[in-house]
Design a protein around this ligand. Sequence first.
Ligand SMILES: [Zn+2]
Length: 255
Amino acid sequence: MNAAWRAFTGELARWQEAGRAIEFWWRDDDAAKPTPALTRLLALAQASGTPLALAVIPHQAEAEIFARLDPGVAVLQHGSDHRNRAAAGEKKTEYPAAETAAAAVARLVAARSRLSALAGPRLLPVLAPPWNRLPKTHAPQLAAAGFRGLSQYGVRAAMQLAPGLAQVNTHVDLIDWRGQRGFAGEEAVLAAAVKHLAAKREGRADPLEATGWLSHHAVHDEAAWNFLEQLFQTARKHAPAGLRWVGAQELFHIS
Ligand SMILES: [Zn+2]
């Protein structure tokens, strides 16, 4: 075991010593078409028994992908069309600051209809916006439109963003977007996990927010796939000490 994995399992041990249960969850973004990478992702989820929250792009989704999903896979809504509408100087987003909440949410509701027709009951009313970006001001309208959850990146600001709208984010990104757009490396990825776990343990982050691992199957290199396998194996070893992967339905309180 190298230093990065030792630091990670050391943090898991500190939770165990404190008698606290660790909760992880797994979100994978940008599903749309049946590709070898998606097949590999679903096979890995099944083989490892890890609940997967698959964020699907509504207007790019092909019906075929839903026929292959196990019951253990939940579908989240990954925006509408994944088109960047950012104004000059704005970071990439489907929901630019200039767009009203009503217009953004109307677009999301239309996209949800298409996705719902394809995905059926596997679709949860949870939005994972592309690039993890959505103006905070849209939360009440999202809730009013029937969304029950929002998932972005980083420690959540609040458990409920609006009445009935739960936030559960991801905190560990496997991909190095600024560099090679491949696996970010064990050191960086595990350090991000340790950082979130330690912050929760020490009361610097909401201790009730499950630590979210974010993958993007379409850009995984071998190192990323190998890492996920090793992560699931390591997690399994710590299951008797209370580590568990939480499914999206439970996470967002959807029955
Ligand atoms: Zn995306």
